[in-house]
Design a protein around this ligand. Structure first.
Ligand code: ADP
Ligand code: MG
Length: 225
């Protein structure tokens, strides 16, 4: 069974009086443990598709099935539960909270899920383990502005891993990094995939990133080519 499946998804946006058809009938299955690139030029609809895949934005038509459950027929709380527990997100601009150190940024999804109690020793150990997996155990106390771009993205990856999701959705994860740092981030994603076997969906307009993935799906003008 695929870990995520998109069936005949359509999405359009309407600005004042102009309608923009962004996704025009997308079908896609993501298999457990695979690394899938979604490539294509800017404006193709890649981010829109990723948001719909992750339960962040409802399609106008079609379905998104996660392990047999239709994401958008669940209520908001049910969908938020799956989003928080089974899906990890990595974005181009990291989206770390500037006031929190690396460890607290990593633990944030657990605090959101379980409430802002004092972190237990087990929870702290889980956060440290996630930072160790991304090679940042020496930066636990650092705030985002004390970290390089590549390090901030590693913290964001550790945060996405903390609930041990079945699928990681990454939107231009190297888009804000120089090519050497970006390549190291892709190396890390590949190593994580080999070690823990989560599925990865990596949206990118960078062909050098796409060719490193197990499978590449190309999008243009709201369709898969
Ligand atoms: P990509 O990630 O491939 O660059 P996007 O999915 O971000 O493409 O956007 C596809 C098209 O949809 C673009 O033309 C973009 O301007 C438009 N778009 C995306 N989100 C919105 C929105 N919330 N409202 C209106 N238009 C949007
Ligand atoms: Mg995009």
């Amino acid at each position: 069974m695929p870990v995520l499946k998109v069936e005949n998804v359509f999405k359009s946006y309407t600005d004042t009086n102009k309608r923009l058809d962004v996704l025009k009938g997308i079908d896609l299955s993501i298999e457990p443990g695979e690394v899938l690139a979604i490539s294509g030029p800017s404006g193709a609809g890649k981010s829109t598709l990723l948001h719909i895949l992750g339960g962040l934005d409802a399609p106008d038509r079609g379905r998104v099935i996660m392990e047999g459950k239709d994401l958008y027929s669940l209520n908001d709380a049910g969908r938020a539960g799956i989003r928080n527990h089974d899906i990890g997100f990595v974005f181009q601009f990291y989206h770390l909270l500037p006031e929190l150190n690396a460890l607290d940024n990593v633990l944030l999804p657990v605090f959101i899920r379980k409430g802002f109690r004092r972190a237990s020793p087990e929870l702290i150990e889980a956060g440290v383990a996630a930072l160790r997996e991304v090679g940042l155990v020496s930066r636990i106390d650092h705030k985002p502005n004390q970290l390089s771009g590549g390090e901030q993205q590693r913290v964001a990856i550790a945060r996405a891993l903390i609930n041990r999701p079945k699928v990681m959705l990454c939107d231009e994860p190297t888009g804000n990094l120089d090519s050497v740092t970006g390549e190291a981030v892709i190396d890390l994603l590949m190593a994580l995939n080999e070690r823990a076997g989560q599925a990865f969906v990596i949206v990118t307009h960078d062909e050098r990133v796409a060719v490193r993935c197990g499978r590449v799906v190309r999008m243009k003008d709201g369709q898969i080519l």
